[in-house]
Ligand binder design. Structure first.
Ligand code: ZN
Length: 162
């Protein structure tokens, strides 16, 4: 298994960074492992959330942009980046940020142009379940979503009783 990222390159244009694949990948194929040497308890622009209070500094993978119709998945359970569909040589790689991020430090407006574009990218907690269900979600995001739903139900019950 390759742990290096030598098949990936970073392209910078007008200070905007993109991550490019230097080779083709088939759907389901592993592209690289995710770095896990540098774990933090708070997110920043170079981290990916891997558990409730754990954010890993992803190095080169920080150049991965968000897309609402992405071509890669970050599996934070196995710590792998996997092709979500066939990828061509020279293609830009992207993933769905809310699949790992619960609450982002720096939300932004998405202009990806996908038919299912979520427009405001702020983390999974700000998206309806019906939207999240259409995406690959990591275990910590599922857990946090279930917890949020439970708390909401409890809160509504209290309001009704009060
Ligand atoms: Zn979008």
């Amino acid at each position: 298994m390759t742990t290096t990222m030598e098949t990936l390159s970073i392209k910078t244009e007008n200070k905007f960074r993109t991550l490019i694949s230097k080779q083709t990948y088939l759907k389901g194929e592993m592209i690289c492992t995710m770095p896990s040497e540098n774990i933090m308890d708070k997110p920043n622009r170079y981290t990916v959330q891997i558990a409730r209070d754990r954010h890993t500094h992803v190095g080169k993978l920080a150049a991965l942009n968000h897309s609402c119709d992405p071509n890669v998945i970050l599996d934070t359970d196995k710590m792998l980046m996997i092709a979500r569909r066939d990828i061509e040589k020279g293609e830009e790689l992207s993933f769905f940020y809310p699949s790992t991020e619960w609450e982002m430090q720096a939300p932004f407006i998405c202009l990806c142009g996908a038919a299912n574009c979520i427009h405001v990218v702020a983390g999974a907690r700000f998206l309806p379940l019906s939207t999240l269900e259409n995406h690959y979600l990591n275990p910590h995001i599922r857990d946090l979503m279930i917890e949020l739903l439970k708390n909401t139900r409890l809160h509504l019950k209290k309001l009704q009783e009060g």
